[in-house]
Ligand binder design. Structure first.
Ligand SMILES: [Zn+2]
Length: 119
């Protein structure tokens, strides 16, 4: 069991869409920052989809079962993991200092987050 920083937590939370897609969740575009999907956390009727993802905040809220959270909460629920185990799983999947992303906005965010983490 390794250690992780607040910066790791902030970073892995930005991967919410990829985490959801890895669980077979189909995200439907609903404006620039919003994606809508069928709830992957609890078994309930979900048509029309009630699971709303906010891309910029890296958070979700389900109007069907009132669950809310981040990529970490999705992994905790789906893997039956503790917070720490979920963060470590995500950090393994999305390691720090991997090859630079495509958009310049992304690298700027990364620099800003790293500064914040080192504070
Ligand atoms: Zn739900």
């Amino acid at each position: 069991m390794g250690l992780f920083t607040k910066g790791d937590v902030a970073r892995v939370k930005r991967h919410l869409p990829e985490v959801l897609e890895s669980y077979g969740v189909e995200l439907e575009r609903h404006g620039f920052h919003i994606r809508v999907a069928r709830c992957p956390l609890h078994i309930h009727e979900d048509n029309p989809p009630s699971f709303v993802v906010h891309l910029r905040k890296g958070t979700f809220y389900c109007f069907g079962c009132s669950s809310r959270g981040s990529a970490v909460d999705v992994v905790m629920a789906r893997e039956n993991a503790t917070f720490a185990a979920a963060v470590l799983l995500l950090r393994e999947r999305f390691p720090p200092h991997r090859a630079a992303g495509t958009a310049s906005v992304r690298s700027m965010e990364r620099v800003r987050d790293e500064k914040a983490a080192n504070r």
